[in-house]
Design a protein around this ligand. Structure first.
Ligand code: SF4
Length: 485
């Protein structure tokens, strides 16, 4: 099935909205004769705003007149047409997206912007009535913004955070969309990768120091950094602590994501290097599902990894979970949430599965799509209730395209254990200097919403073979800041 959009030239927002209901469907103008296509006509003629939607024998047409004073206001008109279209898509599919018209990944950023401009009450009214966000999602946003704001206040104009990428994993999880190499294929590249990573850290630290930038947080992710040996981890982490001024750092995180990569030696090396926070990610406490998603570790290994981490002296441990995994039931998910809460990690990040390859969302599959979304939504509701009862508060929230039920990812933590890097990166608060394969440096212009990016090569073999080329690009960091100082 194709989605065909006609009318207003700026179609991108309408395309994204249609994909909330029909993920994975392609836009294809050359298939204009396809009788199975979803046809959307959005128009703005004078003050008349309209949307027509057709799929098979179903057709909807709605129009409204913009008030005279707003008829030339492009934002108002496009938002109004999007509301018409969204309501038609709801009627067609029976699916009521909980985040309404919001298709971007940062709903909190929009709420914060609206609050700054109109005050809290009006911002919430617009979220609900203009963007059609549900009461439930408004409520979690309201709670989350409190935690986020506390963290954002730590950042200054010359702040930056450091991201260290280790794009290797023991095996590939079926739902993964990251650029990560299974070690089975890339193990021989790791020693050289580590050496170059250390060189890149030194170069990056030199640039940061020469610009007078102030380091707020460090995050080593990937991939699974604990795929490296204890010696390799210590080499990279001590180099980081040695090259950068760590005196103002609020948090130094290493993702020890896959429990099957965790050993007492690696944890000791991480701890010795000054790391304050680690993440051990079960995703689910159901062995059958772990097998089916290609995680290649067991629930027992999750418990062992947690015991090892505690024995190594870590008290700030995050655990990641996923709601909506194929084959998971509400009962099994409830067991996962309860089991993870019983382990008392400092924070728990609840993701909703983002579908890499969704079911074909033609009409006969809409019922299944809705059922999967409803189940994931019930999972999140249960999680929210149990986490709240257990003393966790939401402190960051973001969304991805293609999420089951069009839901969200939420970071929950005990007070004082919020993951600050997560908030900085999601809010685009300050510059992120990133090192390693696939890493993207994001340069934030102080005081405004302008971000420039410098990309490292994605794959470890390119990272190694084209290292000098990438280091030359890093000079762009200095050029960027020179414009404003
Ligand atoms: S551990 Fe994470 S990065 Fe690695 S394959 Fe699985 S989901 Fe992807």
């Amino acid at each position: 099935m194709y989605i065909l959009i006609d009318g207003i030239p700026s179609r991108y927002e309408y395309e994204k909205l249609a994909r909330v209901f029909f993920p994975d469907q392609k836009m294809n103008e050359s298939e204009a004769d396809d009788p199975g296509a979803l046809r959307i006509e959005v128009r703005r003629k004078g003050s008349r705003l309209s949307s027509r939607l057709r799929l098979g024998s179903s057709e909807f047409y709605d129009e409204v007149d913009a008030p005279e004073e707003l008829a030339q206001d492009r934002n108002y008109c496009e938002l109004t047409i999007a509301q018409l279209l969204c309501r038609q898509l709801i009627r067609l599919t029976g699916f009521n997206p909980p985040w309404g018209l919001l298709t971007g990944i940062r709903p909190m950023k929009l709420l914060r912007m609206l609050t700054r401009e109109y005050g809290r009450e009006e911002a919430e009214r617009r979220f609900r009535e203009d963007y059609l966000v549900s009461e439930k999602k408004l409520a979690i946003s309201r709670r989350t913004i409190v935690g986020e704001d506390k963290i954002l206040s730590l950042s200054k104009d010359n702040s930056f955070s450091l991201y260290i990428s280790v794009p290797f994993c023991p095996s590939r999880c079926s739902y993964c969309s990251f650029v990560s190499q299974s070690v089975e294929h890339a193990a021989k590249l790791i020693p050289e990768y580590v050496e170059l990573l250390v060189r890149e850290l030194k170069i990056t630290a030199g640039i940061a120091a020469s610009l007078g930038l102030r380091l707020e947080s460090v995050y080593m992710g990937g991939g699974t950094p604990t795929t490296l040996s204890a010696e390799q981890l210590e080499r990279v982490l001590t180099a980081t602590a040695g090259y950068f001024d760590m005196s103002g750092v609020h948090e130094f995180t290493v993702e020890a994501g896959r429990p099957d990569t965790v050993t007492p030696e690696k944890l000791a090396a991480i701890r010795r290097s000054g790391v304050s926070r680690i993440s051990i990610n079960p995703q689910t406490l159901n062995d059958d599902i772990l097998r089916s998603i290609g995680r290649r570790h067991t629930v027992a290994q999750v418990y062992e990894a947690m015991d090892m981490a505690r024995a190594a002296g870590f008290d700030n441990i995050n655990m990641d979970l996923i709601a909506g995994l194929q084959g998971d039931t509400l009962a099994s998910y409830m067991h996962t949430i309860d089991g993870v809460i019983a382990l008392e990690p400092a924070s728990i990040t609840v993701h909703t599965l983002a579908m890499k390859r969704s079911a074909r969302m033609v009409t006969e599959h809409i019922a299944r799509y809705n059922a999967e979304g409803l189940l994931a939504s019930q999972m999140l509701d249960y999680g929210e209730k149990r986490l709240t009862e257990s003393g966790y508060d939401p402190y960051y929230l973001y969304r991805q395209s293609g999420m089951v039920g069009n839901l969200e990812n939420v970071g929950w933590s005990k007070p004082g254990f919020e993951g600050v890097y997560n908030v900085f990166i999601m809010d685009e608060t300050h510059t992120i200097l990133a090192v390693g394969g696939g890493a993207v440096t994001k340069l934030k212009q102080p005081g405004v919403n302008n971000i420039e990016r410098i990309f490292n090569f994605k794959y470890p073999y390119e990272y190694i073979s084209r290292f000098e080329e990438m280091m030359a690009r890093k000079e762009g960091i200095r050029k960027f800041y020179d414009q404003f100082c």
